[in-house]
Design a protein around this ligand. Structure first.
Ligand code: HEC
Length: 247
């Protein structure tokens, strides 16, 4: 019994520590069933992110189908790399070497980012909202969720200027530290509109992380229903077989 308890505890400890890391995430409210939001997210992605980030595990025509767009709509509005075709993967022209030279680090492929981060879609949402002015950084911005980030604030026109407010505090060892208390944002879009843009972007990246997600849920419901019916049948059959044996 005791060893069982220890085993179960061991299973949960790593999860608990990981969960801690993902603390302070804002809830995005993103919804994969909201096709209009996914379409807007795809548009924002192509306009604001695609210069640096690829989605190499996604294809243009699959995205068109899933997002309720025609191939021509995608061709005319969402394909920016010269010579690419609708059946191509969504790759960028920048090589890793150029990325390293220009930004000091490679802008990672974002197809699966919503699944690689603890907190998933909420992580992306919070990350995109957490850029703040920091003159000590090469691009003049830093990020509360991703300290010393190597990505410029590409949404600066929509965000306006955002400052982070810190208070003096102490870490667990008693050393003085700066504790983040909140943001002060000026200019840019009104809060709701800015949040909506970021939500659409996060939603779109949640979609690319697992295009089958809704389909999987739908099939899953039928499987459960099948199992329930099958269990009832199996039980009835068992009763039938054992009816005479019991007497
Ligand atoms: C000018 C190039 C550039 C643009 C444009 C850009 N990024 Fe980035 N992004 C980067 C770089 C470089 C990194 C890596 C940062 C680091 O490792 O410090 C990064 C990192 C990220 C990460 C974290 C990835 C990880 O695995 O840790 C996310 C998420 C992200 N970007 C999302 C976006 C979104 C969404 C957009 C569009 C709104 C965007 N980026 C536009 C350069 C860019």
């Amino acid at each position: 019994m005791k060893s069982l308890f220890i085993l179960v505890a061991c299973l949960f400890v790593p999860l608990a520590t990981l969960a801690n890391e993902g603390a302070h995430l804002e809830v995005s409210g993103a919804n994969l069933r909201d096709t209009a939001s996914l379409q807007r997210g795809a548009k924002y992605f192509m306009n604001y992110c695609f210069g640096c980030h690829s989605l190499k595990y996604a294809r243009y025509n699959r995205m068109a189908k899933d997002l309720g767009l025609t191939d021509d709509m995608v061709k005319d509005n969402l394909m920016f790399v010269a010579g690419s075709k609708v059946g191509d993967n969504i790759t960028i022209a920048m090589t890793e070497e150029q990325g390293t030279n220009w930004f000091g680090t490679v802008a990672p492929d974002l197809s699966l980012v919503s699944r690689s981060k603890i907190g998933g879609v909420d992580w992306i949402y919070t990350y995109l909202k957490s850029f703040y002015l920091d003159p000590t950084r090469p691009y003049g911005v830093n990020n509360i969720l991703f300290d010393k980030v190597g990505m410029p604030d590409v949404l600066w026109e929509l965000r306006g200027t955002q400052k982070a407010v810190f208070e003096d505090g102490q870490d667990t060892a008693g050393n003085p530290t700066k504790v983040f208390v909140g943001f002060k944002r000026e200019g840019g879009l009104p809060d709701e509109q800015f949040d909506a843009v970021v939500r659409d972007l996060a939603n779109f990246l949640a979609y690319t992380g697992e295009p089958m997600r809704l389909e999987r849920g739908r099939i899953g419901n039928w499987v459960i229903l099948f199992l329930v019916i099958f269990t009832i049948l199996a039980y009835a059959l068992k009763k039938e077989y054992w009816r005479d044996v019991d007497h």
